[in-house]
Write a protein that binds this ligand. Structure first.
Ligand SMILES: O=C(O)CCC(=O)C(=O)O
Ligand SMILES: [Fe+2]
Length: 377
């Protein structure tokens, strides 16, 4: 089961994923959920317990036997590479507008600009988003079009085989009816869920110095769960409860799952949105382009982000909203996009004025003058 074999798809450029690093990094010990256990009622109970352990310990887990075949999995990586390495002139017509980006629901490539958009991204990074709920039925680049049915199939699998099962396990943990939790992610309602293809191009030493070796600054995700197709290039780190940055190890063909802020808010903090970041890979992978396939699950736009009524949360005394303002999902995204709760977690790499560029933090001035619904705290 080598990670360096490359699936070929007619008409799609071949992409050979990088070999795993030989370096022994300071790995984090993540709990792996074997989703085979979901099928049997007794092992399903065990799985629910493991999920609770995973989300309270690190807020990060891996899932094996997730129901996405090796072939579909590898083909997604090939398609992601194809789309993200299109020449700029072929990307341009599919670039989202800054307004769409500001609303948190966009299709296509991230808007470009000197620093990407909102001062947040170095252009060594690019995104391509495919919405799950896309009433406008956005067009995709010609090379991707023959494969859109397959992309939709993968999205449907992630929702039915992974997200739905996790939500059922949550209903068991919280002691609430399945329907109550499933409706928070109902299909067909307005939502910003999407599949994202992501590229991190290698940077010059000068740029790495300038950006403190950070590709993505420490952050928590905004939705409920994020599913990352396991990544042979080590660069993802999580901030543990012990206050240390540790590396996420590559487990071939697994999904790496992390809890986002919406789920933290829905569970009164029982499920932890873990801080994570992406840094310069180890020396034996540093010159490779890093291709990501990521699914961001999110509650529907209208879902209010406050604790779900649950006997467990009540018993634990965590049944009150965590924040002063209770937003629904759509308004929460809007607020987050415009500076609400913007925090600096990279204190281990202090930014020196005049030495480091600050694409991530500092005083935040929204370039388009968008405002959060309520002034940020
Ligand atoms: O590329 C990765 O490994 C993680 C990306 C990430 O954290 C994000 O896009 O929110
Ligand atoms: Fe993230």
């Amino acid at each position: 089961m080598s990670s360096v074999t490359a699936t070929t798809i007619p008409g799609i450029p071949k992409f050979v994923p990088c070999a795993p690093t030989k370096e022994n990094l300071d790995w984090v010990d993540l709990i792996n959920l074997d989703f085979k256990k979901f099928d049997d009622p007794s092992t399903r109970q065990e799985l629910a317990k493991e999920l609770l352990d995973g989300v309270t310990k690190h807020g990060f887990l891996t899932i094996s036997n997730h129901g996405i075949s090796n072939e579909l999995y590898e083909r997604q990586v090939q398609l992601a590479n194809t789309v993200l390495t299109l020449p700029p002139e072929e990307k341009a017509p599919y670039e989202a507008t800054p307004e769409e980006d500001a609303k948190g629901r966009y299709v296509g490539f991230k808007p470009s600009g000197e620093l990407g958009i909102k001062g947040g991204f170095h252009k060594a990074l690019d995104h391509y988003n495919i919405l799950t709920y896309d009433p406008e039925n956005h067009a995709h680049p010609a090379i991707l079009r023959p494969h859109m049915e397959e992309v939709q199939q993968v999205i449907a699998l992630i929702r039915s085989q992974v997200l739905r099962k996790l939500l059922v396990l949550i209903s068991m943990i919280l002691g609430i009816p399945e329907d109550r939790i499933l409706e928070t992610h109902a299909l067909g309602k307005e939502s910003t869920e999407y599949l994202r293809y992501m590229i991190y191009n290698p940077r010059s030493n000068e740029d790495n110095d300038k950006y403190r070796d950070l590709y993505l600054a420490g952050h928590t995700d905004w939705g409920s769960f994020t599913f990352l197709f396991a990544q042979p290039i080590s660069a993802l780190q999580i901030y543990t409860t012990a206050g240390e940055w540790k590396w996420v190890q590559y487990l071939p063909r697994s999904l790496v799952v992390n809890v986002g802020e919406a789920l933290e808010l829905l569970t009164g903090g029982l499920f932890k949105a873990t801080i994570h970041r992406v840094v310069k890979p180890p020396a034996d992978q540093e010159r490779e382009k890093r291709i990501g396939v990521i699914y961001f699950a999110r509650p529907v736009d209208e879902q209010r982000l406050e604790p779900i009524e649950s006997p467990l949360l009540k018993r634990l005394g965590i049944d009150k909203p965590l924040d002063e303002t209770v937003y629904n999902m759509a308004d929460y995204l809007n607020a987050r996009k415009h500076g609400y709760k913007r925090l600096d977690f990279d204190n281990d790499r202090p930014r020196q004025d005049g030495v480091h560029a600050d694409p991530f933090h500092g005083k935040y001035i929204d370039p388009e003058g968008f405002k959060p619904v309520v002034a940020p705290v």
